[in-house]
Design a protein around this ligand. Structure first.
Ligand code: PRP
Ligand code: URA
Length: 211
């Protein structure tokens, strides 16, 4: 597994909240809140290299030059549906971020993604792009999403997932070795239905209360 551009976020708060997510007794309301909180904690780490610029601010004492985030150049791109659950967690850190959407759904037999929607901020090439999806399983959806973004000239791409299987990390980093991948927890493997083990089940269904 090529882990050169992969960051495993081992913060105890992230690990604790992921364990709560996994519990089959965690209901929709709590699940949604946890996904949002984890996205905020992961975003804090994933955005630590955002560029700063010094701006002039007048304090009650004196005027000084002090650093602020340079420009408003972030795009958040959730992979529908489950990625939507992470968006508010990241916009709570960067409220001015633009949000694009990529609609992908795994075919239940082939486990390969099928596209049904793509709308991204335009132009996107100058932006830092944070793609989010709670689950990186076979990696098919992640690779397809990054393909779409690159076709539209996106360059500086970060991918945030809460739980990843080794198979997914391998496939994504082979296809797109230039992106930065942030992983909440690395799980053991995929089962015959391409679900992550131990995982948390179907993230979309658990966020939206479907099934
Ligand atoms: C899930 C998940 C990822 C994808 C991961 O979405 O949210 O997008 O599967 O699997 P992969 O790595 O094997 O491609 P799903 O297709 O179930 O759609 P949903 O979010 O609408 O439920
Ligand atoms: N999608 C999910 O929601 N969960 C998995 O375990 C795999 C793909």
């Amino acid at each position: 597994m090529n882990t050169e551009n992969v960051t495993f976020l081992d913060h105890p708060l992230i690990q604790h909240k992921i364990s709560m997510l996994r519990d089959e007794n965690t209901g929709t309301n709590e699940f949604r809140k946890l996904v949002e909180e984890i996205a905020t904690l992961m975003g804090y780490e994933a955005l630590r290299d955002l560029p700063l610029e010094d701006v002039e601010v007048k304090t009650p004492i004196e005027t000084c030059m002090t650093p602020m985030i340079a420009g408003k150049k972030l795009a958040i791109v959730p992979i529908l549906r489950a990625g939507l659950g992470m968006v508010n967690g990241i916009t709570s850190l960067v409220p001015t971020a633009k949000v694009g959407h990529i609609g992908l759904c795994r075919n239940e037999e082939t486990h390969e993604p099928e596209e049904y929607y793509c709308k991204l901020p335009n132009p996107i090439e100058q932006r830092t792009i944070v793609v989010c999806d709670p689950m990186l399983a076979t990696g098919g959806s992640a690779v397809a999403a990054v393909d779409f973004i690159k076709e539209r000239h996106g360059k500086n791409i970060k991918f945030m997932c809460i739980i990843a299987a080794p198979e997914g990390i391998d496939r994504l980093m082979k296809a797109h070795p230039d992106i930065q991948l942030y992983v909440g927890h690395l799980d053991r493997c995929l089962n015959d239905d391409a679900y992550i083990c131990p995982g948390l089940g179907d993230a979309g269904d658990r966020i939206f209360g479907t099934k």
